[in-house]
Design a protein around this ligand. Sequence first.
Ligand SMILES: [Zn+2]
Length: 328
Amino acid sequence: METERITLKSDTPGQELALSVFQFVGSNDGPAVYIQAALHSHEMPGVAALDQLMPRLVAAENEARLAGSITLVPHANPIGLAQAVYGETLGRFDANTRVNFNRSFPTDIATELTGKPAAECLKATLLTLAERADVVLDLHCDDEGPVYLYISEGQLDEGLRLARAMQAAVILTDAADDPISFDLAVGARWAVESRNADDRFAATIELRGMMDVTPDFAKQDADGLYRYLVDIGTVIDDLPAIDSVDPTMGAVDDAVLISTAEPGAILYDVLIGDWVTKGQRLAVILSEPGSAHHEILSPFDGQVMTRRDRRFARRGDDVIKVLRHPLP
Ligand SMILES: [Zn+2]
């Protein structure tokens, strides 16, 4: 394993930003893989999973079982990691520009970075590292949710392979007309470079919720990533078969965030993964104790995907995400 430290100029004097990049060199007989975590810098399940994965890759490299090279960036966002307000790491949004760290990627590879803000340089650096690979996995998590994937809709076969290895519960497909997220931006770069994007695969993996950072989950997710690396021929190993249930599949636009028209405490009626029918109560919003409560109803039949990780909502806040889907 080789460790590279890439430094980025900070936007203020007296500070330096650095990315730690871990490289595992293979024989080039299998696909090269790039995996990053914590682009939303406070999302720790992916960081914990890569920590568990690393010793297995060290062993594979030492035993000449790496057919493809692997690049890991466990903390992909040193800018966001350093930004805290009143004890809370913001993580998802740049505190200075309010731009989501997983949005607004440069589409022009030749963009001159000299004099650009650190966040733009970071995004360009991550894309440059990722686009060299054949497979790119961007590890995130939700507020509360299952393991689920975002993929572009043309890559369903590869998405299913990844979902089975990761034991993912849901795949959301994106038409990728607008490459807004990191995985789609990598795909757009491949297309611009005239590299055959069909032979390559990029996905976002949501590793449950913000609180799901435990030794067991980290091992489970490292197991899944390792199994996928073996499946695609990047790591050579002989693993026992596992039973995996095919995920629920839907278009990203069918995963609908439902907001509340009233503020207050959130009391959920349903759990992640529950199947719900149109009109079913999903949650109660308690504004004024002793007064009538506001009810959040499902607008369609479907499956509960994610819930908010706080139990207070302002008026207009998103409370729950339901995937529109026929009942099984
Ligand atoms: Zn995220």
